[in-house]
Design a protein around this ligand. Structure first.
Ligand code: AMP
Ligand code: MG
Length: 413
């Protein structure tokens, strides 16, 4: 049995959390609501897209061989025997030696033709068209099934649907699609010092920030946030708030998980039969923690400092929400970047520094965004990545390479 009070590594914490996740069930929704939702079914095409060979240009459907030798000064002259519009096809007419059919982008290629020459390279007068250059076979020619073939497995269970994916569903005639349900997420702030937006602020008080950053993150990942309010630092208030929150699939609280005299979150976990899984993570910011579960419910007691809250959300809550929604890809990309300043730190913990990366001469470069105190949200607001400095590293020099996590990038694996 694991000692629940030892400090776990970032990777161990992630593993413990993911092991606790049971993905939700599914629902059928309109594809118009499906963007960013996670697919519950494999999508296998039962049709060809496009259904027939069609034209990629406005121009004339011709036989490529018949344009042989055509030039501006010596055009080939073809008889225009008809026209086919986008969405149309032409029956009873066939392109043959000496003839052409006027064709619009997206129209089916008429019988006999094997190439389309665009209007720009032609001139039509009195039923005849002059072709000013040679075309090759299958120029501007889109093949049936070029996009998707019948039987192709195009989208997969666990994919988070992009706009292009929604377009694929539309092209395959899906009106609705099966996706994983969205977890409901209760958000709690704890702390006597917190004043909510609009409340008068007394000396010693600060604004409640975490509820809003978390609300925004939960929405970003397409789960369903519900902000319950601020719990005072009393056992009674904290417990009542958690009781209310436990109606949701996920609870996220902030503050009250440290060693302070009025940090009650861990205490009420045992009161409420929430099994604590780990209480400390070997990372800065974001060391004090209270991750627990109760049945299938996940309870994240995050540290209170606004930056610790956000970095903890990104490392631990985000992947859990994505897995609850069945997503296959849950990792933010990590790449190497050239550090633009010297960094020193103490040994013992992994540090996640707020950084801004740029690309110079095809290489990633990164610098920190200023004050790294975990209460300074401004340097998080200025950041587009987290610089990962390993546990036992005490110094990295400008010009050396560091790992950076691209927090604004979609999950890639
Ligand atoms: P705690 O672990 O409860 O002592 O909180 C750690 C630090 O985070 C304290 O300085 C708190 O004032 C601050 N903090 C806690 N909750 C919030 C919040 N919701 N918004 C902004 N700061 C907070
Ligand atoms: Mg507190």
């Amino acid at each position: 049995m694991r000692n629940k009070n030892v400090t776990v590594s970032i990777e161990e914490a992630q593993e413990i959390i993911l092991d606790s996740v049971t993905p939700l069930s599914c629902e059928s929704i309109s594809i118009m609501e499906a963007s960013n939702r996670v697919l519950y079914e494999d999508i296998v095409s039962d049709m060809m897209v496009p259904p027939a060979d069609d034209s990629a240009m406005d121009g004339y459907a011709v036989i490529a061989d018949n344009t042989h030798g055509a030039s501006k000064t010596n055009p080939v002259r073809l008889h225009v025997i008809g026209e086919v519009q986008a969405g149309g096809s032409i029956v009873g007419k066939r392109v043959s030696k000496g003839s052409a059919i006027r064709i619009m982008t997206g129209a089916a290629i008429p019988e006999g033709a094997d190439s389309v020459i665009q209007f720009e390279d032609t001139e039509e007068t009195a039923g005849y068209v002059n072709i000013f250059r040679e075309t090759t076979k299958y120029e501007n020619y889109r093949f049936a099934g070029e996009n998707i073939k019948k039987g192709d497995s195009v989208l997969h269970k666990g994919d988070r649907l992009s706009s292009a994916d929604v377009g694929i569903l539309a092209s395959l005639n899906y009106n609705t699609v099966k996706v994983y349900k969205q977890p409901t997420v209760s958000i709690i702030s704890t702390g006597n010092e917190l004043a909510d937006i609009g409340e008068e602020i007394q000396i010693g008080q600060i604004r409640n920030v975490n509820a809003y950053t978390l609300y925004s993150e939960v929405k970003k990942y397409n789960a369903l946030p519900d902000y319950l309010g601020i719990a005072k630092d009393t056992l009674k208030d904290t417990k009542e708030m958690f009781l209310k929150a436990l109606k949701s699939d996920v609870v996220i609280s902030t503050g009250g998980v440290s060693m302070g005299r009025y940090d009650f979150v861990k205490e009420i976990y045992s009161d409420l039969n929430i099994e604590i899984q780990f209480a400390w993570v070997n990372v800065k910011p974001g060391r004090p923690w209270a991750f627990g579960k109760k049945g299938n419910k996940l309870i994240f007691g995050l540290p209170g400092n606004p930056v610790s809250t956000l970095t903890s959300f990104i490392q631990f809550v985000r992947p859990a929400l994505l897995r609850l929604m069945g997503a296959t890809r849950i990792k933010k990309p990590i790449i190497n970047a050239v550090l633009e300043e010297d960094i020193t730190k103490q040994s013992g913990k992994v540090h996640l520094l707020r950084g801004f990366f740029t690309i110079k001469n095809n290489e990633f470069h990164v610098s920190t965004t200023g004050n790294q105190n975990s209460s300074v949200l401004r340097s998080m607001s200025d950041a587009n990545c987290l610089i990962v400095i390993p546990e036992n590293t005490t110094e990295v020099r400008a010009g050396e390479r560091v790992a950076i996590q691209l927090i604004d990038h979609d999950e890639i694996e």
